[in-house]
Design a protein around this ligand. Sequence first.
Ligand SMILES: [Zn+2]
Length: 87
Amino acid sequence: MFVACPEDKMIYSLYLDQELNGTQKKKFEQHTQNCKKCQKELEALKLLQQQTQKSFQLFHYYSQNGCQSQKILTKILGLSKEKIPQS
Ligand SMILES: [Zn+2]
């Protein structure tokens, strides 16, 4: 049985944040297993989230060590932009 792709893109990040309820999650997983488009969408978002998390950790680290935060943040965001795969 094929269910249409979720119209609300929020569902992808909710899923990654483990914030879907049991039924929603099951439905979404069943759909995603058979849908290349959603698999790609999910994979890209996962990477993005990991990258964002890493950036924030780095930012915290640098600001705690007394670096100039504005400069560092720009640098980090510049770096992370490069690593996000373009689809
Ligand atoms: Zn789909």
